[in-house]
Design a protein around this ligand. Sequence first.
Ligand code: PNS
Length: 169
Amino acid sequence: MGKVAIYPGSFDPVTNGHLDIIERGLTIFDRIIITILENPAKKLLFTVEERMDLLNQSLTNFSNIEIATYDGLLVDYAKQRNAQAILRGMRAVSDFEYEFQMALMNRRLNREVQTVFLMTGLRWIFTSSSIIKEAARFGGNIESMVPPAVQKKLEETFNKSLGNGKLTD
Ligand code: PNS
């Protein structure tokens, strides 16, 4: 069956930074289960169904992945799916405290699951779903930061054109 990781998140919506972590995670793990979970601290823009749909549309070129959703504790889902690891991306230093706290709590809840961090690609160091949503809301060009399906969805949601065909970093 090989090594399985759960890649959990809100994915509201999926960004190119997430895709980068999945692509690189697949060089370590045989299978990655991308799982939409509830983060009670977050105000969400999209429903679980919409987020799932955007992940499905954005991950058509990936194999050895599964897209799932779970209503409960991440470590319980990891156990249920026989996953050895939780995969998380780490961006700027500002992520560290939150990630450290979550990893230690998850370890306390289930010592059999290890959290593995990948440093984000330099290109995505300052991108997050939240900042992308904010830029999109006010008509900013977010074309180089999200998969095409997400750009389209954000354009429909905010009724704005969010790219000009020129990909900029
Ligand atoms: O993309 P995010 O919002 O940073 O992801 C956070 C997420 C969804 C992975 C986290 O909130 C989570 O694991 N939620 C499920 C409940 C849980 O197990 N929380 C962590 C231990 S208390």
